[in-house]
Structure formats: structure tokens, C-alpha cells
Design a protein around this ligand. Structure first.
Ligand code: NDP
Length: 330
């Protein structure tokens, strides 16, 4: 591709009428500075992409912006020592799709320091089936392991289980031998969640009421993508010495919790951030994903769409209507 070549991109602009989103044609000169140029083959939609594309939350902080916080593709040009033309790479986060032009385009120009080499055993489409949501699920599993959570300690709860983070978390934990309790607001997805390895389905309504300071001890650990009253209920019902990995806010950003589980049961609340996670942590997570995520389950939790469908998918993911993960073919 030469500087004059054109590619399609979804562009968010901001004017007096607010945020506008439209497909357009751009050239490499329209992209932002970076030392690696990538021909994008696949992207995906995460909850945050839904917020960016609909403008429901001020996720995009630079205009114009190409949204898309994840991408997979092939390097076409590189001034970075670690990458050369032809290399297959994966990008998650680092503000891409928020402050740096992102994955919903035929081409991207990025900082090489942000990229990781695509794991050999995963296809580019599989890396986007995992995406930020799946890599965050793995970061959460690593946090539980770092706090000594093993299958013999007791069951592990996953909230928002039928969503992207949740579906990958259920699959990973099940493969690692944990007894998984999957909390969902979609009873129709019970069979789906059991096919991913859930032992038990919990109606999310049970976790969304006013939290008590301490509840019955029900799980040794949890991965929570929901936040708010749900996270407070999850913490209050965690067993003595347990750990809760908090990675999301699908219900809300608040946390109406008591300190009782921390000071009376030694419960640990582990915060999970994928966006600015340092490279060694990312490599560790992707290495474990390549090893520990059942490829058949990954296929079962994935649907594939053309990139052009992203505008109709964005409100659906915010409404909790998207099951598992979505691969977007660019
Ligand atoms: P999804 O929309 O795919 O999944 C979210 C799930 O949460 C839904 O499927 C639903 O699960 C549940 N949910 C939605 N609304 C509510 C509600 N009001 N009350 C209770 N449960 C609800 O999103 P993702 O999996 O992509 O992301 C999940 C969360 O994790 C988001 O908040 C996202 O911003 C955050 N996140 C954070 C990252 C980090 O770096 N910390 C990285 C990636 C994601 P069900 O239907 O099963 O009830």
C-alpha cells in the first residue's frame, strides 16, 4: 500500500450537533503518528466500543477518532526494532480507539511498544474472539491465582456470565478445574453457560439487591464484570480468605459495600485494568490464553460479523443483548 492508497474507516467527529459517526475513506496520511503500520484483518466489539460508537459515555477523547480498542493484522511497515513487515500482531487497549485512532479501519498506525506478536497457535480471528474482554478475563484469572485461589478452595462465581468477559472467564475457569457458578440475567442462556463449563446458574437478581455487610459464605473467589450493588453482594458472600477480581461496571461504577468482608474475613478485592497493563503482563496473559482456553468453547462463544455491522451491534452490547464475543471481519 502506498501513501495514496485509500481504506475504509468508521470515523467519529464532534461538532455543534454532538457526536457524529460515519463510514468514510481515509489515506495513511490521515492516521496518527506511530512507528508501525498495520493492515487490519479483524477487530471486535467490547462494551467500551459500544460506549464509543453510540457516544453514551465520553470514552472518545480526541476527534476525529476511529473507534475500535482491539485489532489484529499484519505489519506493512515498521521502524520499531521488534517488528518487521509481514509480522502478525495483536493490539489491545493503550487508549487506541479512545485517544489514538483504532481498529475499525482497513489500516492502523500504532506504537510498536503497544503491539504483541500474535500467539502462533491462535488465528487472527481467534485473537479477536478473545479481544480485550477475553484478555481481561485471563488477567482476572491470573489475579485469583496470584492470591492463592485453587480449585480445592471452593467454587468461583462469574458475574455478567453471558457477556464477553464472563463467557471467556467461565470457559477458562472450567478448563482449569474450578467449579464455576455463572450469574446471569438471561435464564435462556443457561444451556449455553453450561456448555462453556458452568456447574450452576445463579439469577443475577439475587445479587442486585441492597447488599448486607456480611452474607453467607458461598464462593472462594469471583470475577465480576458488573460492579455496583452486584459487586458489593459478591464481596459480602465471599468465603474467608477469598479474592474478588473486579474488572467491570456493566451495572454501575459505584460500590455500596461494607468493609466487614475485608476486616472480618480477610477478603481481597483485586482491581483489574487491561488498558495500561504493562507488556510482560500482557504477554503472560496471551501465553496462558493460547494454552488454557478451549478452542471449541471459544468457537461456541463467538459470532462473526462484517465490520459494517458494528453500528447496529453497539447499542445491543450496551443493552446486554450480545452473547459471548463478536469477531468483526475488516
Ligand atoms: P458485555 O456487554 O459483553 O457483558 C456485560 C454483561 O454484564 C452482560 O452480558 C450482562 O450479563 C451483564 N449486565 C449488563 N447489564 C447489567 C446490569 N444492569 N446488572 C447486572 N448485570 C448486567 O460486556 P464486556 O464483557 O465486553 O465487558 C463487561 C464489563 O467489563 C464492562 O463494564 C466493561 O467496561 C468492563 N471491562 C473492563 C476492562 C478492564 O480493563 N478493567 C476490560 C474489558 C471490559 P448477563 O446477561 O449474563 O446477566
Amino acid at each position: 500500500m502506498t501513501q495514496s492508497d485509500r481504506f475504509k474507516a468508521l470515523l467519529i467527529t464532534k461538532g455543534d450537533a454532538g457526536q457524529q459517526v460515519a463510514w468514510t475513506e481515509l489515506g495513511l496520511a490521515d492516521l496518527m503518528a506511530g512507528d508501525v503500520t498495520v493492515k487490519v484483518s479483524h477487530s471486535t466489539i467490547n462494551y467500551k466500543d459500544g460506549l464509543a460508537v453510540t457516544g453514551k459515555s465520553p470514552v472518545v477523547r480526541r476527534f476525529p477518532m476511529i473507534p475500535g480498542i482491539d485489532l489484529a493484522g499484519t505489519v506493512t511497515a515498521s521502524e520499531h526494532a521488534e517488528f518487521k513487515a509481514g509480522d502478525h500482531v495483536v493490539l489491545n487497549g493503550w487508549g487506541v480507539g479512545e485517544t489514538h485512532m483504532g481498529g475499525y479501519a482497513g489500516m492502523a498506525r500504532l506504537k510498536g511498544d503497544w503491539l504483541i506478536p500474535k500467539p502462533d497457535t491462535l488465528t487472527p480471528a481467534e485473537t479477536m474472539a478473545i479481544g480485550t474482554a477475553g484478555y481481561t478475563a485471563m488477567l482476572s484469572v491470573l489475579a485469583l491465582e496470584a492470591h492463592g485461589i485453587t480449585p480445592d478452595r471452593g467454587p468461583v462465581l462469574v458475574t455478567g456470565a453471558a457477556g464477553g468477559v464472563g463467557s471467556v472467564a467461565v470457559s477458562l475457569l472450567s478448563k482449569l478445574g474450578f467449579k464455576v457458578i455463572a450469574s446471569t440475567g438471561r435464564p435462556a442462556e443457561a444451556d449455553y453457560l453450561k456448555s462453556l463449563g458452568a456447574h450452576e446458574i445463579l439469577d443475577r437478581a439475587e445479587l442486585s439487591g441492597t447488599p448486607r455487610a456480611l452474607g453467607k459464605e458461598r464462593w472462594a473467589a469471583a470475577i465480576d464484570s458488573v460492579g455496583s450493588a452486584t459487586l458489593a453482594n459478591v464481596i459480602s458472600q465471599t468465603m474467608y480468605g477469598g479474592t474478588v477480581a473486579a474488572c467491570g461496571l456493566a451495572q454501575g461504577m459505584d460500590l455500596p459495600a461494607s468493609v466487614a468482608p475485608f476486616i472480618l474475613r480477610g477478603v481481597t478485592l483485586a482491581g483489574i485494568d487491561s488498558v495500561m497493563a504493562p507488556k510482560p503482563k500482557r504477554i503472560a496473559a496471551w501465553t496462558r490464553l493460547a494454552r488454557d482456553l478451549d478452542r471449541n468453547k471459544l468457537a461456541a462463544l463467538t459470532t462473526t460479523h462484517a465490520l459494517a455491522d458494528v453500528q447496529s451491534l453497539a447499542p445491543q452490547i450496551l443493552a446486554g443483548q450480545v452473547r459471548g464475543r463478536v469477531v468483526l471481519e475488516v
